[in-house]
Design a protein around this ligand. Structure first.
Ligand code: AR6
Length: 178
């Protein structure tokens, strides 16, 4: 686990499960364009939230790479789910731009709703094939860019499923955000 303060706001990285962040207001889904369950993060969040999440999402689909939309959290221990469609690595080009757009749009959407805390998984770093080191660099740079100008969001957490992914994010957080 790593934690840094950035202009009085907190950015942290920890190993864990995005469905179990009960001290966080909004969790982010690494969604598919149709906002349906699927595998990975999307499957886990929809399973934990219950079928009403997919029902609520249906009218908002499809979404484009980089886009973020918000729903209720249903049976999850949060108030909101922010759904982002990450780029498929090497297909949705430039992938680093579209991945950064996910983080920027999710944070700006959260802020516009008065949300104070947001937890992200490593968007695109599973089925969509983004190398974890590059995904971490893009994610942390985007948060560093956007967070200082937000009014409401004061805590951003990256939740990494494996210990090795958590180490990649944590070491970069400690070295890139001063
Ligand atoms: N909590 C935190 N991280 C997780 C969890 C979890 N419960 N489960 C997986 N991860 P992915 P993508 C990690 O594939 O690459 C889906 O099928 C995982 O190890 O969920 O954006 C959708 O339907 C990886 O590091 O998202 C889409 O079609 C990261 O979360 C597609 O996959 C993202 O993996 C989206 O692909």
């Amino acid at each position: 686990m790593a934690q840094v303060e950035l202009n009085g706001k907190t950015v942290e990285c920890m190993r864990g499960d995005i469905t179990r962040q009960d001290d966080i207001e909004a969790v982010v889904n690494a969604a598919n364009a149709q906002l349906m369950p699927g595998g990975g993060v999307a499957g886990a969040l929809h399973f934990a939230a219950g079928p009403a999440l997919a029902e609520e999402c249906r009218p908002m689909a499809p979404i484009r790479p980089g886009e973020a939309v918000i729903s209720g959290a249903h049976n999850l221990p949060n108030q909101f789910v922010i759904h982002c469609l990450g780029p498929v690595y090497g297909v949705d080009e430039p992938s680093d731009y579209w991945l950064a757009e996910c983080y920027r749009n999710a944070l700006e959407l959260a802020d516009s709703k008065g949300i104070e805390s947001v937890a992200f998984p490593a968007i695109s770093a599973g089925s969509f094939g983004y190398p974890i080191e590059a995904a971490a660099d893009v994610a942390l740079a985007a948060v560093k860019q956007v967070l200082p100008r937000l009014d409401n969001v004061t805590r951003v957490r990256f939740v990494l499923f494996s210990g090795s992914d958590e180490q990649v994010f944590s070491s970069r957080l400690l070295s890139t955000i001063e």
